[in-house]
Design a protein around this ligand. Sequence first.
Ligand SMILES: [Fe+2]
Length: 306
Amino acid sequence: MSKDAVLKFYDAIENTDALKQQCKAITRPEEIVKLGAKHGYFFTGEEMTAADADYTQKREKPLITIDSSDSDKSFPQAYHYEFKCSEIPGFEEISQEVEKLEIKPDTVDIELFEKSFREFDLQFANVSPVSPEFKARYLKSLETYLDLGVEPRPEYAWSQFHLINLDRYVDHALYEDYFNSKVKLIKQLEYFFETDLRFSGSLWYPPNAYRMWHTNETQPGWRMYFVDYDNYEELTGEDRAFFRYMNPETKELVTIAEKTKVVRFFKIESAPDKLLWHCIVNRTKANRWSFGFNLSHKWMNKLLIF
Ligand SMILES: [Fe+2]
Protein backbone atom coordinates (compact mmCIF):
# COMPACT_ATOMS: atom_id res chain seq x y z
CA MET A 1 0.00 0.00 0.00
CA SER A 2 2.57 2.54 1.08
CA LYS A 3 5.09 1.13 -1.33
CA ASP A 4 2.53 2.18 -3.86
CA ALA A 5 2.59 5.69 -2.43
CA VAL A 6 6.36 5.78 -2.97
CA LEU A 7 6.05 4.79 -6.63
CA LYS A 8 3.22 7.27 -7.18
CA PHE A 9 5.35 10.01 -5.67
CA TYR A 10 8.26 9.08 -7.95
CA ASP A 11 5.92 9.33 -10.92
CA ALA A 12 4.76 12.74 -9.71
CA ILE A 13 8.40 13.85 -9.49
CA GLU A 14 9.11 12.62 -12.99
CA ASN A 15 6.16 14.55 -14.37
CA THR A 16 6.51 17.77 -12.39
CA ASP A 17 9.39 20.13 -13.11
CA ALA A 18 9.05 21.95 -9.78
CA LEU A 19 9.32 18.68 -7.83
CA LYS A 20 12.22 17.51 -9.95
CA GLN A 21 13.97 20.79 -9.19
CA GLN A 22 13.33 20.32 -5.45
CA CYS A 23 14.82 16.84 -5.61
CA LYS A 24 18.15 18.35 -6.64
CA ALA A 25 18.30 19.86 -3.15
CA ILE A 26 17.73 16.50 -1.44
CA THR A 27 20.53 14.20 -0.30
CA ARG A 28 18.83 11.92 2.23
CA PRO A 29 15.85 9.51 2.28
CA GLU A 30 14.48 11.36 5.35
CA GLU A 31 14.01 14.42 3.13
CA ILE A 32 12.13 12.47 0.44
CA VAL A 33 9.78 11.06 3.09
CA LYS A 34 9.19 14.61 4.33
CA LEU A 35 8.63 16.03 0.82
CA GLY A 36 6.28 13.13 -0.04
CA ALA A 37 4.13 13.80 3.04
CA LYS A 38 3.99 17.51 2.16
CA HIS A 39 2.46 16.54 -1.18
CA GLY A 40 0.06 13.93 0.22
CA TYR A 41 2.17 10.79 -0.37
CA PHE A 42 2.63 9.02 2.95
CA PHE A 43 5.34 6.39 3.36
CA THR A 44 8.24 5.52 5.65
CA GLY A 45 11.95 5.27 4.95
CA GLU A 46 11.74 1.45 5.04
CA GLU A 47 8.88 1.45 2.54
CA MET A 48 10.95 3.67 0.30
CA THR A 49 13.90 1.28 0.41
CA ALA A 50 11.60 -1.60 -0.57
CA ALA A 51 10.06 0.39 -3.42
CA ASP A 52 13.46 1.57 -4.68
CA ALA A 53 14.41 -1.98 -5.64
CA ASP A 54 11.45 -2.16 -8.07
CA TYR A 55 11.89 1.37 -9.27
CA THR A 56 15.54 1.04 -10.23
CA GLN A 57 14.73 -2.04 -12.29
CA LYS A 58 11.98 -0.17 -14.11
CA ARG A 59 14.08 2.90 -14.95
CA GLU A 60 17.12 2.93 -17.16
CA LYS A 61 18.67 5.91 -15.44
CA PRO A 62 18.09 7.80 -12.20
CA LEU A 63 15.69 10.74 -12.01
CA ILE A 64 18.40 13.34 -11.73
CA THR A 65 21.72 12.97 -13.51
CA ILE A 66 24.62 15.37 -13.61
CA ASP A 67 27.03 15.34 -16.55
CA SER A 68 30.37 14.02 -15.28
CA SER A 69 31.99 13.61 -18.70
CA ASP A 70 35.63 14.44 -19.01
CA SER A 71 35.87 17.37 -21.42
CA ASP A 72 37.90 19.73 -19.27
CA LYS A 73 41.25 18.89 -20.82
CA SER A 74 41.83 22.37 -22.20
CA PHE A 75 42.22 23.82 -18.71
CA PRO A 76 45.37 23.71 -16.61
CA GLN A 77 44.93 20.59 -14.52
CA ALA A 78 44.90 21.13 -10.79
CA TYR A 79 43.34 18.90 -8.17
CA HIS A 80 41.94 21.78 -6.24
CA TYR A 81 40.68 25.31 -6.91
CA GLU A 82 39.55 27.78 -4.28
CA PHE A 83 37.97 31.23 -4.51
CA LYS A 84 36.82 33.82 -1.99
CA CYS A 85 33.07 34.15 -2.59
CA SER A 86 33.40 37.94 -2.32
CA GLU A 87 35.83 37.96 -5.24
CA ILE A 88 33.42 36.35 -7.71
CA PRO A 89 31.30 38.94 -9.52
CA GLY A 90 27.65 37.89 -9.42
CA PHE A 91 28.02 35.71 -6.31
CA GLU A 92 26.55 38.20 -3.80
CA GLU A 93 23.05 36.70 -3.60
CA ILE A 94 24.43 33.18 -3.75
CA SER A 95 26.62 33.93 -0.72
CA GLN A 96 23.66 35.30 1.21
CA GLU A 97 21.62 32.19 0.46
CA VAL A 98 24.47 29.92 1.60
CA GLU A 99 24.55 31.79 4.94
CA LYS A 100 20.87 30.93 5.49
CA LEU A 101 21.82 27.24 5.44
CA GLU A 102 24.24 27.60 8.34
CA ILE A 103 21.88 26.18 10.95
CA LYS A 104 22.29 24.21 14.19
CA PRO A 105 19.11 22.10 14.52
CA ASP A 106 17.98 21.76 18.13
CA THR A 107 17.20 18.09 17.48
CA VAL A 108 20.95 17.36 17.36
CA ASP A 109 22.10 16.09 20.76
CA ILE A 110 25.27 18.17 20.89
CA GLU A 111 26.38 16.75 24.27
CA LEU A 112 26.21 13.24 22.89
CA PHE A 113 28.09 14.45 19.83
CA GLU A 114 30.86 15.87 22.03
CA LYS A 115 31.03 12.64 23.99
CA SER A 116 31.83 10.73 20.83
CA PHE A 117 35.00 12.71 20.08
CA ARG A 118 38.14 10.55 19.88
CA GLU A 119 41.60 12.13 19.67
CA PHE A 120 42.99 8.93 18.17
CA ASP A 121 40.51 9.12 15.29
CA LEU A 122 41.30 12.77 14.61
CA GLN A 123 45.06 12.10 14.62
CA PHE A 124 44.59 9.69 11.71
CA ALA A 125 44.59 12.85 9.54
CA ASN A 126 48.38 12.92 10.09
CA VAL A 127 48.90 9.46 8.59
CA SER A 128 49.57 9.52 4.87
CA PRO A 129 47.49 7.14 2.70
CA VAL A 130 50.78 5.79 1.28
CA SER A 131 52.32 5.02 4.67
CA PRO A 132 52.65 1.31 5.56
CA GLU A 133 50.26 1.46 8.52
CA PHE A 134 47.52 3.29 6.61
CA LYS A 135 45.52 0.45 5.05
CA ALA A 136 44.96 -1.59 8.21
CA ARG A 137 44.01 1.49 10.21
CA TYR A 138 41.67 2.73 7.47
CA LEU A 139 39.86 -0.61 7.17
CA LYS A 140 39.51 -0.77 10.94
CA SER A 141 38.11 2.79 11.09
CA LEU A 142 35.43 1.86 8.54
CA GLU A 143 33.87 -0.56 10.98
CA THR A 144 34.52 1.24 14.27
CA TYR A 145 31.62 2.90 16.05
CA LEU A 146 31.76 4.22 19.58
CA ASP A 147 29.11 2.64 21.77
CA LEU A 148 27.15 5.61 23.15
CA GLY A 149 24.44 3.41 24.62
CA VAL A 150 21.71 4.86 22.41
CA GLU A 151 19.61 3.39 19.60
CA PRO A 152 19.63 4.05 16.74
CA ARG A 153 23.37 4.54 16.71
CA PRO A 154 24.18 8.11 15.65
CA GLU A 155 26.25 8.47 12.49
CA TYR A 156 28.72 10.76 14.30
CA ALA A 157 29.77 7.88 16.57
CA TRP A 158 31.50 6.40 13.51
CA SER A 159 35.32 6.78 13.64
CA GLN A 160 35.31 8.13 10.09
CA PHE A 161 32.58 10.72 10.44
CA HIS A 162 32.52 12.89 13.57
CA LEU A 163 30.22 15.63 12.26
CA ILE A 164 26.56 16.34 11.61
CA ASN A 165 24.86 15.60 8.30
CA LEU A 166 22.19 18.32 8.40
CA ASP A 167 19.95 16.55 5.87
CA ARG A 168 19.32 13.72 8.31
CA TYR A 169 17.53 16.18 10.60
CA VAL A 170 14.15 17.03 9.10
CA ASP A 171 11.97 17.36 12.21
CA HIS A 172 12.86 20.77 13.62
CA ALA A 173 11.46 24.26 13.30
CA LEU A 174 14.17 25.49 10.92
CA TYR A 175 13.88 22.71 8.35
CA GLU A 176 11.28 24.22 6.05
CA ASP A 177 13.16 27.50 5.57
CA TYR A 178 16.40 25.56 5.27
CA PHE A 179 14.93 23.36 2.54
CA ASN A 180 13.47 26.34 0.66
CA SER A 181 16.87 28.03 0.76
CA LYS A 182 18.52 24.91 -0.67
CA VAL A 183 16.04 24.89 -3.55
CA LYS A 184 16.56 28.61 -4.17
CA LEU A 185 20.34 28.16 -4.09
CA ILE A 186 20.19 25.41 -6.75
CA LYS A 187 18.24 27.78 -8.98
CA GLN A 188 20.72 30.64 -8.45
CA LEU A 189 23.72 28.37 -9.06
CA GLU A 190 22.23 26.83 -12.21
CA TYR A 191 21.60 30.31 -13.54
CA PHE A 192 25.14 31.43 -12.70
CA PHE A 193 26.98 28.36 -14.04
CA GLU A 194 24.53 27.65 -16.91
CA THR A 195 24.57 23.96 -16.08
CA ASP A 196 22.58 21.49 -13.98
CA LEU A 197 23.80 20.74 -10.50
CA ARG A 198 22.60 19.07 -7.34
CA PHE A 199 23.41 19.00 -3.66
CA SER A 200 25.76 16.22 -2.59
CA GLY A 201 25.82 16.93 1.14
CA SER A 202 25.12 19.61 3.75
CA LEU A 203 27.43 19.27 6.69
CA TRP A 204 27.82 20.96 10.06
CA TYR A 205 31.21 20.53 11.72
CA PRO A 206 30.86 21.68 15.35
CA PRO A 207 34.12 22.35 17.28
CA ASN A 208 36.41 19.28 17.11
CA ALA A 209 34.54 17.66 14.24
CA TYR A 210 36.36 15.72 11.56
CA ARG A 211 35.80 13.72 8.40
CA MET A 212 38.58 11.19 8.12
CA TRP A 213 40.40 9.97 5.00
CA HIS A 214 38.09 8.89 2.18
CA THR A 215 37.93 9.03 -1.62
CA ASN A 216 34.21 9.36 -2.63
CA GLU A 217 35.24 7.10 -5.53
CA THR A 218 31.71 5.79 -6.07
CA GLN A 219 30.59 9.26 -7.21
CA PRO A 220 33.20 10.52 -9.66
CA GLY A 221 33.03 14.01 -11.13
CA TRP A 222 33.51 17.60 -10.10
CA ARG A 223 32.54 18.65 -6.62
CA MET A 224 31.90 22.21 -5.44
CA TYR A 225 31.91 23.04 -1.73
CA PHE A 226 30.93 26.27 0.00
CA VAL A 227 32.84 26.45 3.27
CA ASP A 228 32.18 28.90 6.09
CA TYR A 229 32.83 29.33 9.82
CA ASP A 230 30.90 31.35 12.38
CA ASN A 231 33.99 32.80 14.09
CA TYR A 232 36.93 33.86 11.98
CA GLU A 233 39.08 34.59 15.06
CA GLU A 234 39.18 30.90 15.83
CA LEU A 235 40.98 30.02 12.61
CA THR A 236 44.61 30.41 13.59
CA GLY A 237 46.81 28.25 11.46
CA GLU A 238 46.54 25.23 9.28
CA ASP A 239 46.84 22.73 12.11
CA ARG A 240 43.51 23.90 13.54
CA ALA A 241 41.12 23.87 10.59
CA PHE A 242 42.09 22.31 7.32
CA PHE A 243 41.17 20.41 4.21
CA ARG A 244 43.93 17.92 3.38
CA TYR A 245 44.37 15.76 0.32
CA MET A 246 47.03 13.57 -1.17
CA ASN A 247 48.21 14.51 -4.64
CA PRO A 248 47.52 11.26 -6.56
CA GLU A 249 50.63 11.69 -8.74
CA THR A 250 53.30 12.89 -6.31
CA LYS A 251 51.68 11.36 -3.18
CA GLU A 252 52.46 14.63 -1.44
CA LEU A 253 50.03 15.71 1.32
CA VAL A 254 48.53 19.12 0.58
CA THR A 255 47.03 20.95 3.55
CA ILE A 256 44.77 23.90 2.84
CA ALA A 257 44.28 26.15 5.87
CA GLU A 258 40.63 27.13 5.96
CA LYS A 259 39.15 30.58 5.57
CA THR A 260 35.61 31.83 5.91
CA LYS A 261 33.31 32.17 2.90
CA VAL A 262 35.21 30.29 0.25
CA VAL A 263 34.07 28.07 -2.59
CA ARG A 264 36.25 25.10 -3.36
CA PHE A 265 36.30 22.78 -6.38
CA PHE A 266 37.93 19.39 -6.68
CA LYS A 267 37.57 16.44 -8.96
CA ILE A 268 36.73 12.97 -7.70
CA GLU A 269 38.08 10.10 -9.79
CA SER A 270 37.31 6.40 -9.52
CA ALA A 271 40.36 4.89 -11.25
CA PRO A 272 42.54 3.26 -8.54
CA ASP A 273 45.65 5.27 -9.47
CA LYS A 274 43.78 8.58 -9.52
CA LEU A 275 41.84 8.40 -6.25
CA LEU A 276 41.71 11.69 -4.41
CA TRP A 277 42.20 10.79 -0.74
CA HIS A 278 41.05 13.69 1.41
CA CYS A 279 40.06 14.57 4.97
CA ILE A 280 38.79 17.57 6.94
CA VAL A 281 39.51 18.66 10.52
CA ASN A 282 37.92 21.46 12.54
CA ARG A 283 40.00 21.77 15.68
CA THR A 284 38.68 25.23 16.54
CA LYS A 285 36.00 26.52 18.90
CA ALA A 286 34.06 27.73 15.87
CA ASN A 287 31.36 25.95 13.90
CA ARG A 288 32.13 25.03 10.32
CA TRP A 289 29.59 24.42 7.59
CA SER A 290 30.17 22.97 4.17
CA PHE A 291 27.61 22.60 1.41
CA GLY A 292 28.59 20.30 -1.41
CA PHE A 293 27.33 19.93 -4.98
CA ASN A 294 27.85 17.62 -7.95
CA LEU A 295 28.30 19.68 -11.07
CA SER A 296 29.72 19.36 -14.56
CA HIS A 297 33.11 20.65 -15.71
CA LYS A 298 31.24 23.64 -17.15
CA TRP A 299 31.86 25.55 -13.90
CA MET A 300 35.34 26.20 -15.32
CA ASN A 301 33.92 28.29 -18.15
CA LYS A 302 32.63 30.72 -15.56
CA LEU A 303 35.50 30.90 -13.11
CA LEU A 304 38.70 30.03 -14.94
CA ILE A 305 38.28 32.29 -17.96
CA PHE A 306 38.60 35.97 -17.15
FE1 LIG B 1 34.67 13.99 0.52
